[in-house]
Design a protein around this ligand. Structure first.
Ligand code: INI
Length: 158
C-alpha cells in the first residue's frame, strides 16, 4: 500500500444541495433509480429540504436541463437518472450517446459534478436488475459518486 500523500473525499452529505434530474421515459425503472438515489443521500446525512427532483421527458432532453441547473449555482451536485433500452433501430445509440456526452459536457463546463445514472441496456430485464434488482441500484451509485465528487472538489479548494 502506498504511503504518499493521498487526497480523497468522504461521503458525508450534511448540507449538500442536490438536484436529481430524472427522465419520465421508462418511468417504471427510473422511479426505482430516483428512490435509490434519495435513499442513499438521506442515509449519508442529507436533508430532504436540500434535495430537489426535476423531471424531463427523456434521456436525450437531459443535458440542457442539467446544464441550466448546474449554471444556477443553487446545487453542489446533480444526479442524472434515466433508462435507455435498446429497440430495433439505431435510435438507442443516438439517445444514449447524446445524453452521456451532453451530461459530461455540462459538468465540465459548469464545474458542478454530475453523477451519471442513466442505464443503457439491451433489455428491460437488464434495466430492472440495475434499478434495485440483482445488480444493485445505479441511482444510488450515481448519487454517491456525485456526493464524493462534490466533497472532493471542496477539499481541493480548501
Ligand atoms: N428516452 C429515454 O430516456 N429512454 C429510451 O429508451 C428512449 N427511447 O428508446 O427512445 C428515449 N427516447 C426519447 C428521447 O429521450 C427524447 O425524449 C425524445 O427524442 C424527445 O426529445
Amino acid at each position: 500500500m502506498t504511503t504518499i500523500k493521498t487526497i480523497e473525499a468522504d461521503l458525508l452529505a450534511r448540507d449538500i444541495r442536490v438536484a436529481i434530474v430524472a427522465a419520465r421515459f421508462n418511468d417504471f425503472v427510473v422511479t426505482k433509480l430516483v428512490d435509490g438515489a434519495v435513499d442513499a443521500l438521506l442515509r449519508h446525512g442529507a436533508s430532504e429540504k436540500n434535495l430537489e427532483l426535476v423531471r424531463v421527458p427523456g434521456a436525450f432532453d437531459m443535458p440542457l436541463i442539467v446544464r441550466r441547473l448546474a449554471q444556477s449555482k443553487r446545487y453542489d451536485a446533480i444526479v442524472a437518472l434515466g433508462a435507455v433500452i435498446k429497440g430495433e433501430t439505431a435510435h438507442f445509440d443516438y439517445v444514449a450517446g447524446e445524453c452521456a456526452a451532453g451530461v459530461a459536457r455540462a459538468a465540465l463546463d459548469s464545474g458542478v459534478p454530475v453523477g451519471f445514472g442513466v442505464l443503457t441496456c439491451e433489455s428491460f430485464e437488464q434495466a430492472i436488475d440495475r434499478a434495485g434488482g440483482k445488480a444493485g441500484n445505479k441511482g444510488a451509485e450515481a448519487a454517491l459518486a456525485a456526493l464524493e465528487m462534490s466533497n472532493l472538489l471542496k477539499r481541493l479548494e480548501a
